[in-house]
Every structure is written in structure tokens, then in C-alpha cells.
Design a protein around this ligand. Structure first.
Ligand code: HSE
Length: 434
């Protein structure tokens, strides 16, 4: 017999929880009209039942105890929005074992503990909806898993952390200070509970882990993702990048090359004529290149209460429809079939931006370029600023394609030169041919 209504329990009433609840309550009638059956928010659990979330709740809806959701036989879908990999994991597994479907925005949990969770879900014939875990409002999970199923994916690259993009945008366009902008992003509800995840690239790495697994069929490989954040980016680098015709973005990149897959997150120079260089603020954008489609660019708000809440609700509705139709649980798309290996970072090849602090003396440039040449690194262009006889001046170069290992070992040697002061800054370049 068809269930008359689908009942939802939300655990975690923070930023995304509030967005989800607002949509479910405010759009209740709309959704019922579209679906032909009601989706009922039965309970919300959060330890904080006092703070206002900007919506008036029916009395008794918000409770403290998540067990009263997990143990409620009438609840069909548990929405886990507490985040983290501790209590969230227990709650998710408990829900699965009770035969409840789960919707989550928790990329950390899925990237780090996803093997156990997806296996448990398969065993218990329940769906894990995780659209909200990557790129907020952009339905990128569906795109890769469903819309592009007829393609072999060649590469994916994009901006998948709203907070870092917000910070870099404000630093680039307004010359703002890093710490001030981070505070703004936190106030706007974009940042993770621990914002170092945003600025050190960890949040992007969590999301990229999921995308790489969906795209290439590889096991979830969070520990193998090369992860570098934006804390080392200086206004000077932003200015030089601009002079060379580039912007600096925190990019998440995964591509297949032969029997290897690259999975990496790092600040990256993007040519100003690449659409991604104009993706600003909290917006995310992801290029997916399929063998049939070629490049496709997916764009939208990547964080925040309502955009992410929208993605959570889309998963709730998909699952509600499945339950009503009596269909089987949805395939997560996370498989472990492929024997592609994750490429070591030292083996990647790309072009580089190098910024040296060098004494402005005759012969310095030839020593630097000599070391680069002996490591098979060719220079494409160069800028030297200022004339300071005693102090160091910035010398900036763009290289031709080179191997990471060669760059690292050349810079080690260069940084030991007495005419070079401090550690040389290097950034990878991407997206020149899009
Ligand atoms: N902190 C994340 C971001 C939230 O800034 O993108 C959305 O996943």
C-alpha cells in the first residue's frame, strides 16, 4: 500500500538545517501540489533549541534528542546536517540500520568514511542523498552520475569552496585583508565550523574526493588528494598574476591520463579569458569534460543557507518519490570498480608561475635560469620589478610545461643561492586551452 505521506526528520539545525526547514515549511503546499502527496517535516533535533533561526516553528517540532527521530518508525528520511565525522557518522549508520533513507550535506563524512556508509546503505537497501555535499546549489552530483552517464569523463576542474573564493575575490578586487574577509564569510554562513578546512583546501578536497570517485569509478581516496590552501597567497602574487593576464583561484582538479588519475586542490593561476576566472564571491563553477559533450560549465552559489538547503530538499523529494513508487534504493554512483591509480603529485606536469626574491645584481638571472634549464624547465616570460642594489627585488617567471618534481628540486637549489632571499613562491597554471 502506498504511504499517504513521506515523513522527514532533520538532525542539525544550523545554517543548512535552517535553509532546509525554511524551504520545507514555506513550500509545503507547493511541493504537495507538484508531487501529489505531502512531504511532512515531523521533527527537528538540535541541542540548541533556543537560538532563533529566522523561522517560526510549530510548537514541539524542535527537540533536543536525535534518538527520537532515529527511533520513530514513521520517519522515512533522516536529514543529517550536524556535520563532522563523529556523531554524524553514528547517526547516519543508525538511520541506515533502521531502514531509513539519509540525506546529508556532509562531505567530510562521505569523503573520509563513505566506504562504510555507502556499503551499509547498499546492504540495507536505502538511499544516501548527497547532492548538497558538493557545490551547494549546483546539481553536480546528478550531472556526473546521471546526466553525463553516456560519457567517459576526461577531466573535472573548478571552484568548489565558496569561502575561499569569496576571500580571493575580495583580496583581488578590493585589496581586502585576508582575516577581515574570512570573518565576513563566516558571518554570512559560508564557512565550515572549522574555517581552516575552507582556507587550507580540505573542504575542497573532501568534495573533490566524491567527484573523482563518481567520475572515474575509483574508491574514495581522500588521503591521496594533494591539498594546498590559499593562506600563502599575497597581494603581490595577485598583482603579478594580473600583469601576466591571470587570476588566482583555489581550484579542485581531477583528470584521467592513461591508467592514472590526478586529484589535487591548490591555488591556481587561471587566464583571464577562461570563464572560471570571472566566478566571484560565493559562487562555484565546475568544468566537466566528457568525451561526448566536450567541456560543460556548471555555475551557481556554492554555500549558504538557502542555496544548500535547496540541494537538500531536492534529494528529499527524489527519495520521497522513490518511496512512493515502491522503487529500489537509488545507486549512489560511488563504486570501487576502476583500477586506475592516483598519480603522485611529483609526477604531474603543468605550467608554473615562480616568484623569486633576488638581489638585483648582474648574473643573478642567468644563475636562476641556468638551474631551471638544467631541470628541463623552460621560461616562457618574465617580469623584474624595481632596481634595488642592496635589497631583494621580486623576479617573476612563467614557465613552459614542466614536471612538479623538477620544479621542487630546482627551487630547492635556487633557494640556497646567496643572491636569493626567502622561499620562492610557486603556483600552478591551469585552463589555458578552454
Ligand atoms: N564551507 C563551504 C564553502 C560550505 O565555503 O564552500 C559549502 O560546502
Amino acid at each position: 500500500m502506498k504511504k499517504t505521506s513521506i515523513n522527514i526528520g532533520v538532525i542539525g539545525f544550523g545554517t543548512v538545517g535552517a535553509g532546509t526547514v525554511k524551504i520545507l515549511l514555506r513550500k509545503r503546499k507547493d511541493l504537495e501540489e507538484k508531487l501529489g502527496f505531502p512531504v511532512v517535516l515531523k521533527k527537528i533535533a538540535d541541542l540548541d533549541t533556543k537560538t532563533s533561526r529566522g523561522i517560526k516553528l510549530p510548537k514541539g517540532l524542535l527537540i533536543k534528542d536525535s534518538n527520537s527521530i532515529l527511533n520513530d518508525p514513521e520517519i522515512d528520511i533522516v536529514v543529517e546536517l550536524i556535520g563532522g565525522t563523529g556523531a554524524a557518522k553514528d547517526i547516519t549508520l543508525k538511520a541506515i540500520q533502521s531502514g531509513k533513507h539519509v540525506v546529508t550535506a556532509n562531505k567530510a563524512l562521505l569523503a573520509e568514511k563513505g566506504r562504510e556508509i555507502f556499503r551499509a546503505a547498499e546492504k540495507n537497501n536505502v538511499t544516501i542523498g548527497f547532492e548538497a555535499s558538493v557545490a551547494g546549489s549546483i546539481p553536480i552530483i546528478k550531472v556526473i552520475r546521471e546526466s553525463l552517464i553516456g560519457n567517459s569523463i576526461k577531466n573535472i576542474y573548478g571552484i568548489i569552496n565558496g569561502t575561499a573564493n569569496y576571500i580571493l575575490t575580495k583580496m583581488t578586487e578590493e585589496g581586502a585583508e585576508f582575516s577581515d574577509v574570512l570573518k565576513e564569510a563566516q558571518d554570512l554562513g559560508y564557512a565550515e565550523a572549522d574555517p581552516t578546512f575552507d582556507i587550507e583546501g580540505v573542504d575542497s578536497a573532501h568534495k573533490l574526493t566524491l567527484l573523482a570517485s563518481l567520475a572515474f569509478g575509483i574508491p574514495l581516496s581522500f588521503n591521496k588528494v594533494y591539498t594546498e590552501g590559499i593562506t600563502g597567497i599575497t597581494p603581490l602574487d595577485i598583482e603579478f598574476a594580473s600583469e601576466f593576464g591571470y587570476k588566482i583561484k583555489l581550484l579542485a582538479i581531477t583528470k584521467q591520463d592513461g591508467n592514472e588519475v590526478e586529484i589535487r586542490v591548490h591555488p591556481t593561476m587561471i587566464p583571464k579569458n577562461n570563464l572560471i576566472s570571472d566566478v566571484n564571491g560565493v559562487f562555484n563553477a565546475i568544468y566537466v569534460n566528457g568525451d561526448a559533450t566536450g567541456d560543460g560549465l556548471y555555475y551557481g552559489k556554492g554555500a549558504g543557507e538557502m542555496p544548500t538547503g535547496s540541494a537538500v530538499v531536492s534529494d528529499i523529494i527524489d527519495i520521497a518519490k522513490l518511496i512512493r513508487s515502491g522503487g529500489k534504493a537509488q545507486d549512489s554512483g560511488i563504486h570501487e570498480k576502476s583500477d586506475l591509480k592516483v598519480r603522485k603529485m611529483e609526477d604531474i606536469r603543468t605550467c608554473y608561475y615562480l616568484r623569486f626574491s633576488a638581489s638585483d645584481k648582474p648574473g643573478v638571472l642567468s644563475r636562476i635560469s641556468g638551474i631551471l634549464g638544467s631541470h628541463n624547465i623552460g621560461i616562457e616570460s618574465m617580469i623584474q620589478k624595481g632596481r634595488e642594489i642592496k635589497k631583494a627585488v621580486p623576479v617573476v617567471m612563467m614557465t613552459h610545461e614542466a614536471r612538479e618534481k623538477d620544479i621542487v628540486s630546482a627551487l630547492k637549489q635556487i633557494d640556497r643561492l646567496s643572491v636569493v632571499s626567502g622561499k620562492t613562491m610557486y603556483l600552478r597554471v591551469e585552463g589555458s586551452d578552454s
